[in-house]
Design a protein around this ligand. Sequence first.
Ligand SMILES: [Zn+2]
Length: 307
Amino acid sequence: MKIFYTLLLTLSFSFGFEYNLKPQKVTEGVYCFFGKLENINKQNAGNMVNTCFIQTKEGFIVIDSGPTYAYAQQAYTQMQNIAKLPVKYVINTHDHDDHWLGNSFYKSKGALLIGSKTYEQNVFEGMQTRMHRVLGDRLYQNTKIVTLDRVIDTAYTFKVGEENIEIKKLVKQGHTQGDLIVFLPSKRTIFVGDLVFNGRLTSLRDGSLMGSIEALEKIDAYDAKYIIAGHGFNTDKNATKALKTYLLEIKEKVQKALDEDIGMEEITKKVPMLAYEKMKLYDVLHKNNVLDAYKELEMIEEDEDEE
Ligand SMILES: [Zn+2]
């Protein structure tokens, strides 16, 4: 018996983490693996992000490659169960590492990697990723950093099989300084990366409050039937609503506090927004979002005063 368990342990070590990925069909030819509404930890091994794939006659297009090599490998196995087709392209929506660390696996399968300028600027071989730091060597094994084959600055449209794929950068700074959306006109489906979260709070850490609101308006203007977020399970046309309401409320309350000369030390106490207290990751992210919003709105005020 003891030998059996030792063997089992050795096997699970050599195979790495079992993600149990199950593709969910969003609409004909569009599938996603929906991640947990959590931060990265050893128990989820980074499976806290949504990754998707589009099936065409010629092959698959993957939108975000996920948190590790093992994740991408297991996602690929699931895709092959749907159709024995190659992965032609992988599009990375932005440079946060939960969205692209599966790239090296897809590259080894011959896929071309497409991403934004900020990936090229911020991602380099030998860098220590947040994912590696949290997961440790074993869960991260085989995960490598690879360069992109095509870098998108503003927009790029191309065809795979029968599908037109439109990639676009909507705003200067939204969730990051290089968020790309992927629009699939034939299915009225838009993949928006972390410009949209639902079911959990966003982080404004690398982003902009005003830019995020502008991006959400532009996303809604597509009038898409399916809006697929980087995090969250809601994929209908109202998928932007929760985040939009949250950001507009931050904007209004922080602006009011600024008008009343409330200082930075007090601002998080003044804008607790307790209606969101039960929302996932409120404890970790809300205070910092208020602080980031405060700094941004204060800066806008200063700029306006100078004019
Ligand atoms: Zn993310």
